[in-house]
Design a protein around this ligand. Structure first.
Ligand SMILES: Cc1cc2nc3c(=O)[nH]c(=O)nc-3n(C[C@H](O)[C@H](O)[C@H](O)COP(=O)(O)OP(=O)(O)OC[C@H]3O[C@@H](n4cnc5c(N)ncnc54)[C@H](O)[C@@H]3O)c2cc1C
Length: 324
């Protein structure tokens, strides 16, 4: 069986991997050869289902809690398994209590424990929540490595499809490009930036709670930090606004004042595809399997959702191996 996967973001690559492991021949089509226009390129890469439960439905936790193990099987050694630290400015301590009430899988840390975990934050916060079971990946590295692994498995990458009828099945993973074609799919704008400084060293993602704007800082190593991300209900993908940039920078400064001297080396805007319940779906639409709506959980949920998409492809095959 030969399956065409449209889109080489995290969803498309995860589906291609799952199909290939199950024995299908796979071709991935994406007009961009390097994933750099995909929302996946801009992601924080946090595998943080317990933290996400603060604003997400239980299903996100249930389907996402083994994401770390799933990524470890796909790309061994690529997951940083050192948890998430959640802090709040002194004036917003109530936010931390509220966050603790709405989530599970955490422990409270005092000043000394915070300093032991993240020496750079010593004396900055009186208390914090620590979600020890969470992890993160570097999305750009993971996208690149997954492409390489798929190529070794003889998955073909093309920029344009000549004739979709040449394939036994098609899986569409085109993310926000499908808005308007799949009913109920909308876009949620996410703005982010990269800071570079040698003055701050962090070992894990740090989330800063704020009544208006929860922000996270993800260390990428070599003095690079991803700071994200806004959540704006629009499909407009123009450059980052001054307001968003100020808010992200203020939050970074609140986590550590040395970020004020960091270099802003990149800004980015991605459109997260989402359904009304903010949970992804794999469905068959007009003879094409569509996996979309990964919202802010593309890395968290892609491995699990790829299985659902592959199930739909294989459920079409009769025991003798013919397509129905
Ligand atoms: C700032 C930001 C931070 C985020 N942080 C996190 C995080 O920490 N953890 C997490 O789990 N998720 C995070 N997300 C969410 C995650 O990035 C998305 O859920 C995920 O990228 C969606 O993946 P996708 O493959 O569906 O879409 P995309 O990554 O957008 O990929 C779609 C691909 O389809 C291609 N394409 C478009 N049209 C066509 C066509 N006609 N034919 C073929 N190919 C086509 C595009 O070129 C693109 O490569 C974040 C998102 C943003 C914007």
């Amino acid at each position: 069986m030969h399956v065409l996967v449209r889109g080489a973001g995290v969803a498309g690559l995860a589906v291609a991997h799952e199909l290939s492991v199950r024995g299908a021949a796979v071709t991935i089509a994406d007009p961009r050869s390097d994933s750099s226009r995909a929302a996946s390129w801009l992601a924080g890469g946090m595998l943080a289902p317990w933290c996400e439960r603060e604003s997400a439905e239980e299903t996100v936790l249930l389907r996402g809690r083994d994401a770390i193990d799933r990524w470890d099987m796909i790309l061994p050694g690529e997951v940083h398994r050192n948890g998430t630290l959640v802090v709040a400015p002194t004036r917003d301590q109530g936010e931390l209590d509220r966050f603790a009430r709405r989530t599970s899988g955490h422990e409270w840390l005092g000043e000394e424990q915070i300093a032991a975990l993240e020496p750079a934050l010593a004396g900055h916060f009186r208390r914090a929540l620590f979600f020890a079971l969470e992890g993160h990946v570097n999305p750009r590295r993971v996208l690149g490595l997954l492409r390489e692994k798929l190529a070794v498995r003889h998955v073909a990458f093309i920029e344009q499809v000549v004739n979709e009828a040449d394939y036994d099945d098609v899986v569409d993973c085109t993310g926000a490009a499908r808005i308007g074609q799949t009913s109920g799919l909308r876009g949620v704008r996410g703005e982010m930036l990269y800071l570079e400084t040698t003055e701050v060293v962090l070992s894990r993602p740090v989330r800063l709670l704020h009544p208006r704007f929860p922000v996270y800082i993800v260390p990428r190593g070599d003095g690079l930090f991803m700071v994200g991300a806004t959540m704006i209900e629009t499909e407009h993908d123009g450059p980052i606004s001054a307001r968003s940039m100020m808010e992200l920078l203020n939050a970074a400064y609140a986590v550590h004042p040395a970020f004020a001297d960091a270099a802003v080396v990149e800004t980015g805007v991605g459109i997260r595809p989402a359904f009304a319940d903010n949970f992804p779906r794999a469905t068959r639409e007009h003879d094409v399997v569509v996996l979309n709506g990964l919202y802010r959980h593309g890395f968290l949920l892609a491995p699990a959702m790829a299985q659902d998409a592959a199930d739909l492809v294989f459920s079409r095959i009769e025991p003798g191996g013919n397509s129905r």
